[in-house]
Design a protein around this ligand. Structure first.
Ligand SMILES: C[S@@+](CC[C@H](N)C(=O)[O-])C[C@H]1O[C@@H](n2cnc3c(N)ncnc32)[C@H](O)[C@@H]1O
Length: 232
């Protein structure tokens, strides 16, 4: 993904799937970032060694774009035998999740505040994930912005390389056009089996909590689609 222009071989700015807005950060989130980051935070750019980080061998789930972390904390509480890494670029969301981890005394979650594409590419070992979750990624509604959608063939190839054989890629969206785009990209990607029948959406697995963005989408009358694929 280190693209260069043809004429002068200068690195081209990568297309990002997010716009970084600091937004409003509450005093509680600020305090959580100061006090709890050393305990739950992983510094970007360093190689991730899950067994060393969590001090045990356990199935590993990665959630990309956890938002305010509500659903990640809830999954981690329900699955204490699984380790979770959450990636989010939005700092108020990171602060919110830190508060939740502290409140619920959860020790099976670590957080990275960085672009998930960089983390997958530079820090996460091959075949290290049992499950990768991508719930309600930014849909980038306008056609001219579709290139900013995180689900693209290159991204899915990167995900495939980081999942263990038999590992699960689970995506969900409330934007029909993005769901169709996801199915299209997956149908052209090698190395995955659709856990529903080919070309179909899945029934929502029980482990997926209803997320904040999902609630917002449902209020607007959007249907929600889950896509669950197994790495061959
Ligand atoms: C529409 S929100 C959904 C949040 C949450 N999953 C939910 O369902 O409530 C998408 C989130 O993905 C984050 N995001 C987008 N691209 C990202 C990337 N490349 N790396 C990390 N986070 C990203 C955004 O900051 C945003 O919080």
């Amino acid at each position: 993904m280190n693209m260069t222009t043809k004429d002068n071989a200068q690195p081209r700015r990568e297309i990002r799937s997010f716009v970084l807005r600091e937004g409003r950060i509450t005093p509680g989130q600020k305090r959580a970032l100061q006090r709890l980051w050393p305990r739950f935070g992983l510094e970007p750019g360093r190689r991730i060694d899950p067994a060393a980080i969590f001090g045990r061998q356990a199935p590993l789930t990665l959630e990309i774009g956890f938002g305010n972390g509500e659903s990640l904390a809830s999954m981690a509480a329900r699955e204490p035998a699984t380790d979770f890494i959450g990636i989010e670029v939005h700092r108020p969301g990171v602060g919110h999740l830190l508060q939740e981890l502290d409140k619920q005394a959860l020790d099976n979650v670590r957080i990275i505040n960085e672009d998930a594409v960089k983390v997958l590419r530079d820090s996460l070992p091959a075949c290290s994930l049992d499950r990768l979750l991508l719930f309600f990624p930014d849909p980038w509604h306008k056609k001219r912005h579709h290139k900013r959608r995180i689900v693209q063939p290159d991204f899915i190839a990167l995900v495939a390389s980081r999942l263990k054989p038999g590992g699960i890629l689970h995506m969900a969206t409330d934007w029909e056009d993005y769901a169709e785009h996801m199915l299209d990209v997956m149908s052209r990607s090698e190395g995955f089996l659709n856990c529903a029948t080919s070309g179909a959406y899945s029934v929502k697995p029980d482990y997926r909590p209803v997320t904040k963005f999902e609630r917002r989408g449902r209020k607007l009358g959007h249907g929600v689609r889950d896509l669950v694929f197994e790495k061959k």
